[in-house]
Each structure stands twice: as C-alpha cells, then as structure tokens.
Design a protein around this ligand. Structure first.
Ligand SMILES: [Zn+2]
Length: 209
C-alpha cells in the first residue's frame, strides 16, 4: 500500500451553485477506479485547507437516500469549502465503505431484517470498514496541500490520514440532521465506529421495534 502512487490525468472547471470548482481525474497503481479531487481556490502551497474525504455513495449522493447521511455530508462539505473559498473534496470510489454497490444493497436487506450496518457487512464476509485512505493522502500531496482541516465526524479517518503523512491541524464536525430513516445508522456509527455524533438517546429508533 505504501508504494501506491497516483497520477493526475486532467482537470476541468465545474461551476456549481456554490461557485467554481476544478474537478481532477486521477489514475493510480492500486485499483482501476476513477478517484477524483474537486477543489476550489489556490490549494497548492496552502496551509489549513478545508478537506473532505468523501467515499462514493450512489444511493445517498445521487439518489438522496435517507438510509445514510452521505448526500447531506457531501452538500455540507461543499458549502463549508465555498465559505472558505479554498478547499478540497476528495471523492473516493469506494461505495458502501469499500464493499461495492451490489454488496451494499445486500447489506441493506440484512439491515431491514434487523442487523446493524456493521453486522450486515460482517455477515456478508466483509470488514466493518474496507476503506483505504492512502489514495486520498497521495491525491492531497499531488495537489500540493501543506496542511489540512479535516471535515469529518470520524476520528479514525483523521488518524488514517496522519498515518499516511498528512498534516492535520484540526477536525471540523459535519453534523447532519437525524431523522427516523437514518437514526439507527447514525447511532451505529457513533456506538460501533467511534463517530463523534450527538444523538439524543431519548429519541426512539424506528428500526428498533
Ligand atoms: Zn451513504
């Protein structure tokens, strides 16, 4: 893994509701997926750059699924970056915490039978979290970012990036709205995956009937 390298193939301007971004397409020596950097402003040589490492979630990002908070996190991250005028969203193609869309859909069916998101992955023979952050670290280095402020609720992600040699000056929380459809998912992330979330314990979990 430490030999992993990335190559920036090309970048293009993408105007959004939040302003102008550049989308950069990367290839790498680890897999054949299309990992991306979506950045705003002058990031090369910059310190304390707002960075979100976002793992692809087709159902959440594109379809707006309320089973998870990915779409909302993506949106919040782009808003925060645009407020700063400088920042990077690294978009990793590791759907379903690395298990892929097909297996994620199978895991959803297990969750509907009462298993939580961690157990569902384990039952399908996957790790609780098969994601790899070396790719993100190499992309940030390629962009010339000196140090980052990481937009995440996941301290393990912060540690993983530090272990890859990225200088993380602070963590910025991205708390999304808790509602009946994502409450059990968010609680599992908080209780079993060390995510730092504030979930009212008195709220009844819709999936705990
Ligand atoms: Zn998701």
């Amino acid at each position: 893994m430490s030999n992993l390298t990335v190559s920036r193939i090309t970048c293009a301007r993408i105007p959004t509701a939040y302003g102008n971004f550049q989308l950069c397409y990367y290839t790498n020596t680890h897999d054949n997926k299309e990992h991306l950097a979506f950045y705003m402003g002058e990031v090369s040589g910059a310190s304390d750059v707002y960075v979100r490492i976002h793992s692809e979630c087709f159902t959440g990002d594109v379809l707006g699924s309320r089973r998870c908070d990915c779409g909302e996190q993506l949106d919040l991250a782009l808003q925060r970056i645009a407020e700063q005028g400088v920042g990077v969203l690294v978009y990793l193609r590791q759907e379903g915490r690395g298990i892929g869309l097909l297996e994620k859909l199978r895991a959803y069916n297990l969750q509907d039978l009462g298993h939580d998101t961690v157990d569902a992955n384990l039952l399908l023979g996957h790790g609780a979290d098969d994601r790899n952050y070396a790719l993100a670290a190499r992309i940030l280095e390629d962009l010339g970012v000196v140090s980052i402020k990481l937009l995440t609720n996941n301290p393990l992600k912060l540690e993983a990036l530090q272990a890859e040699g990225i200088s993380v000056s602070s963590r910025i929380a991205l708390e999304s709205e808790v509602h009946a459809d994502n409450q059990h998912y968010l609680r599992t992330k908080a209780q079993r995956m060390q995510h730092l979330l504030h979930i009212d314990p008195s709220q009844r979990d819709a999936s705990e009937r």
